[in-house]
Write a protein that binds this ligand. Structure first.
Ligand SMILES: CC(C)(COP(=O)(O)OP(=O)(O)OC[C@H]1O[C@@H](n2cnc3c(N)ncnc32)[C@H](O)[C@@H]1OP(=O)(O)O)[C@@H](O)C(=O)NCCC(=O)NCCS
Length: 156
């Protein structure tokens, strides 16, 4: 199969920031989420905390960021986002696979993530994560349920 260089996953560059913020702020649903409400969008990418983008025809249409604990050798998947017009085409899956591959290459053992809906928790379980805990409101201090999931990187 010929290599399609216009559709690719590559490391985040600071020049991608404009595309990413345009993509997020044009999504009204995103603006209503906890993440859209409280997080300012900034991405600092480095060796332990890389970010990757998925680009189609020169435009960023998805990104993911990892945050790592290099001492305990685990990493968190953060800010996974796919443009609303490009969902359900396994782009998130490809970005997560990229994260697993990268994390393994720097000898990490485990990856974790936090999400806030049953639907997303189910999605991550399809993508090889295991549910570690589910804090239900009102027991959880925040105002919504919280799901913590993990994946050992050395097994599929
Ligand atoms: C969640 C999100 C990243 C999924 O992106 P996507 O590219 O559409 O996901 P994929 O196509 O790679 O889906 C992978 C699998 O998960 C399933 N899936 C995707 N979105 C899902 C959802 N919202 N609920 C349940 N399952 C879902 C897909 O059906 C697919 O399963 P399959 O292989 O059996 O068909 C995207 O909807 C998004 O950006 N949402 C807004 C931001 C967000 O909530 N990010 C997560 C923060 S924790």
């Amino acid at each position: 199969m010929p290599l399609n260089i216009s559709n690719m996953i590559r490391p985040f560059l600071s020049s991608d920031m404009q595309d990413i913020s345009d993509m997020l702020y044009s999504d009204n649903e995103w603006a209503k989420t906890l993440w859209g409400n409280y997080n300012s969008i900034s991405i600092d990418s480095d060796y332990w905390n890389p970010a990757f983008v998925y680009e189609e025809d020169g435009k960023v249409i998805a990104y993911v960021k990892m945050e790592s604990d290099s001492v305990h050798r685990y990493t968190n998947i953060q800010n996974l986002y796919v443009n609303v017009n490009h969902r359900k085409k396994w782009i998130a899956k490809k970005l997560l696979e990229k994260c697993y591959e990268y994390a393994i290459s720097i000898w990490f053992n485990v990856t974790e993530l936090v999400c806030f809906t049953e639907e997303l928790s189910q999605m991550y379980q399809k993508l090889w994560f295991t549910l570690l805990s589910h804090y239900k409101k009102p027991y959880y201090v925040w105002f919504q349920d919280k799901y913590i999931l993990y994946k050992y990187l050395w097994e599929q």
